[in-house]
Design a protein around this ligand. Structure first.
Ligand SMILES: [Fe+2]
Length: 248
């Protein structure tokens, strides 16, 4: 398995506070069966510029790689980040923010209200040849209340990611997106070893039990494709239907 969204790099965001916690998280990922990880610390245009972020991220990465035992875990690593949505993305060189060596860029959105310029900015990113991965799509009320908006973005080429933790909590939106074929990646978004832990194995086990092995195969294949920078197969989208006021 591959984890493409996690906050394991030490002392860079609200994830692992130090290299000790990072190492514990990596050991847990390995125990869960994860063999490749993209590190995705938060990046926010309002807090830091891209060049400084890249420098800080490299320092954090180097400090983790210097920990004895990390390189013996048998996990492949790539650098990436989780960009907080901003219309500034339109005027920014995106390569340093993409998953290393790929055109995939992980983007999260505000959870309270739909941000101004969402569609325009995302379409612009797609037109520039990049592929936005929409982080934890189950969290945004403006998508859950009107899933056709998300459907439309996926149809245009975006990749939708859901959190393993949301699945395990029985989050209705997350499960509905799986059922509709609108979720293409499951990741941990792990932040620590207490509440937001590496839990990909449990998440996949849940999916296997509820939806069948072919769903797990589909999620795992998509993660490999993204990690390698290949196109993800087109999802078999089932257009959401609203009947008697309920999305079915
Ligand atoms: Fe995250």
């Amino acid at each position: 398995m591959i984890d493409l969204h996690c906050h394991i790099l030490p002392s860079i965001d609200d994830g692992a506070k130090n290299t000790g916690i990072s190492f514990e998280m990596l050991k847990e990922e390995r125990k869960q069966g994860v063999k490749a990880i993209t590190f995705t610390p938060h990046f926010n245009f309002n807090r830091i510029d891209v060049d400084d972020f890249v420098e800080v991220r490299q320092k954090s990465y180097d400090s983790l790689m210097a920990v004895p035992g990390v390189s013996d875990l048998g996990i492949k690593f790539k650098l990436g980040c989780e960009v907080y949505f901003s219309t500034k993305l339109n005027e920014t060189e995106l390569d340093p923010l993409c998953f290393e060596g790929t055109n995939y860029i992980l983007i999260e959105f505000p959870t309270d209200q739909r941000p101004y310029g969402l569609r325009h900015t995302i379409v612009d990113i797609l037109n520039r040849g990049y592929q936005p991965i929409l982080a934890h799509v189950e969290r945004y009320p403006y998508f859950t209340e009107d899933p056709q908006q998300l459907y439309d973005l996926i149809e245009k080429g975006c990749v939708a990611q859901i959190n393993s933790g949301a699945i395990l909590q029985g989050d209705k939106a997350a499960l509905r997106y799986i059922r509709w074929g609108m979720a293409q990646l499951i990741c941990t978004d792990a932040h620590n070893m207490k509440k937001r832990v590496p839990n990909l194995k449990e998440g996949m086990r849940f999916v296997k039990k509820k939806y069948g092995e072919e769903y797990v195969d589909w999620f795992e294949k998509n993660a490999v494709d993204v990690f390698k920078g290949r196109y993800v197969d087109e999802p078999m989208l089932k257009k959401p239907k609203k009947i008697l006021g309920f999305w079915l």
